[in-house]
Design a protein around this ligand. Structure first.
Ligand code: ZN
Length: 174
């Protein structure tokens, strides 16, 4: 596929903008964009991708948490939001396609309730924990211009960003 959109990397300012709500007027654009985002996510490879990571300031997320070797389970989430979060937290290692090769332990609410719409406009609501809860929070963060590094201590964040800058230096990422 030659239509795979490139994934923006930190410190691209488009990753820091708050994305806007998808409306009925965006339906055609979103229907065209979602499969291209899934293709970019699978090619990376990754398990989640938010529209701002491919330069579109829309509240649109794709995810697939199927394990390697299992059939694909693509999810397209339109206007996803976290509507409730547990006080109890959990720590899990996270990475991000916009910070290739960088991983860090991130503490977040252990369980969340999330809502979104499907491409057909149906409403979905789930209570999630584990990897799904982490992924939902990570991707909704992207729609608000927040990166997982924002959840780290300043010291850890600076170490990670310095390592990323060093890794990317000299690499052609056209
Ligand atoms: Zn990410």
């Amino acid at each position: 596929m030659d239509d795979i959109p490139p994934i923006l990397l930190v410190p691209d300012p488009r990753l820091r903008k708050k994305a806007r709500t998808v409306t009925a007027a965006d339906v055609d654009q979103v229907r065209a964009l979602a499969p291209r985002m899934l293709a970019a996510m699978y090619a990376a490879p990754g398990i989640g991708l938010a529209a701002p990571q491919v330069g579109h300031g829309l509240r649109l997320v794709v995810m697939d948490l199927a394990r390697e070797g299992e059939p694909r389970q693509p999810m397209v989430l339109v206007n996803p939001e976290i509507v409730a979060a547990s006080r109890e937290t959990a720590i899990r290692e996270e990475g991000c396609l916009s910070l290739p090769g960088q991983y860090a332990d991130v503490e977040r609410p252990m369980r969340v309730k999330a809502r979104w719409e499907t491409l057909d406009g149906a409403r979905r609501e789930i209570e999630a924990e584990g990897l799904l809860a982490v992924c939902l929070q990570h991707e909704v963060d992207h729609l608000n211009g927040v990166l997982f590094t924002d959840h780290l201590s300043p010291l850890k964040r600076n170490m990670l960003l310095r390592r990323l800058a060093k890794d990317l230096k000299g690499k052609c990422r056209a």
